[in-house]
Design a protein around this ligand. Structure first.
Ligand code: AMP
Ligand code: MN
Ligand code: MN
Length: 327
């Protein structure tokens, strides 16, 4: 593993006057919070800053300071029509394809700031820190290099990245550095409980109807009881209606005692694709399964889009997931 070069990334920022921040499709609290934290900080350094999201950011993130900066750029035409920037700064994204239309924004250099083990170094500069718990921690280290003091608005955004990517300090990426970062942000005045509530207790009745469907479709593997998941067909999803965000539905199978590998599969409307989310407990890994199907992520939290129906996806992936429990 190559050591991340914070100095080179700090220099690229110092050299740029006009910066566009972007993140992965179906952006989450880590991608959005990291981008907003950087946006606030870079403006303070006198940069012209914009923030382009390749898909519309979910409204649950509207509480994040400066959320209003986010622009949705979801077509190649809209991306190419944007005024050119010196630096396109991608946060929390492991490959160019996941930038969607935003990879077409006219730019000088592309800086790839991330923490995914499967990151393919698609930038001109790559600040990929695989030991970092969240992209927000990579951004904070970069801001330290740039001598930017963290203010309350930056800290609120960064705390959201940390809480989200650790699953409220539950996942295997929760380590001493994560708690030190949390303490640093709490010292800056972050209302940690308010942010936890804003990320957690904001379900709409429809979201709970979707959760009920998930519980109804829960299946424990008959050959391998440590494997469980939820498989939703296009008919299932049409009947309840697509939620704005699938949230943490994969935590339902995960919450069973003895579960080691969990999945959520969602068939697309036309039945040609199935989106898969996977989670595992150490030492078991799901990143290799995601990569085998063109996706990626972290060792214990990964995703992929399977090119086929739900039935085909189950047929191909379940044996692969069972195998992860024996490797
Ligand atoms: P998810 O299951 O969608 O919450 O994703 C789990 C982790 O894997 C996140 O860190 C994602 O950024 C990453 N991930 C999900 N889908 C993909 C994909 N198709 N390609 C690369 N990384 C992905
Ligand atoms: Mn993310
Ligand atoms: Mn992340």
């Amino acid at each position: 593993m190559k050591r991340p070069n914070y100095l080179a990334a700090a220099r690229a920022i110092a050299d740029a006057a006009d910066i566009v921040l972007t993140t992965h499709i179906n952006s989450d609290a880590d991608g959005i919070g990291t981008s907003l934290a950087l946006a606030i900080a870079l403006e303070r350094l006198g940069k012209r800053v914009r923030f382009a999201c390749p898909t519309r950011p979910a409204s649950i993130y509207a509480f994040l300071p400066r959320f209003g900066m986010a622009q949705t750029i979801d077509t190649e035409v809209a991306a190419k029509a944007m005024p050119a920037c010196d630096l396109l700064l991608s946060s929390d994204c492991g490959d160019r394809k996941r930038l969607g239309a935003c990879s077409h924004i006219p730019h000088g250099k592309l800086l790839n700031l991330d923490h995914h083990v499967t990151n393919d170094r698609f930038g001109d500069l790559n600040l990929v820190d695989e030991v970092a718990t969240c992209s927000g921690m990579v951004a904070a280290k970069l801001l330290d290099r740039l001598d930017v003091d963290l203010d309350r608005e930056i800290a609120d955004n960064l705390y959201a990245t940390l809480v989200f990517d650790t699953g409220r300090f539950m996942h295997s990426n929760t380590d001493a550095a994560a708690f030190r970062f949390a303490a640093r942000l709490a010292d800056l005045g972050v209302d940690v409980s308010a942010i936890n509530r804003a990320l957690t207790y904001t379900k709409k009745p429809h979201d709970l109807a979707v959760t009920r469907l998930g519980i109804e479709r829960l299946r424990v593997d008959e050959q391998e009881p440590r494997l469980a998941g939820i498989a939703l067909s296009k008919e299932d999803i049409a009947a309840v209606g697509e939620p704005e965000d699938w949230g943490e539905m994969v935590d339902i199978p995960r919450s069973l005692a003895g579960n080691q590998v969990a999945y959520l599969m969602r068939e697309s409307k036309d039945g040609t694709m199935t989106r898969v989310s996977m989670r595992s407990n150490p030492p078991f890994q799901v990143a290799p399964v995601a990569q085998a199907f063109g996706g990626g992520g972290h060792l214990q939290a990964a995703g992929a889009t399977f090119p086929g129906s739900l039935a085909e996806c189950l047929r191909e992936m379940i044996p692969r997931l069972r195998r992860q429990l024996h490797d």
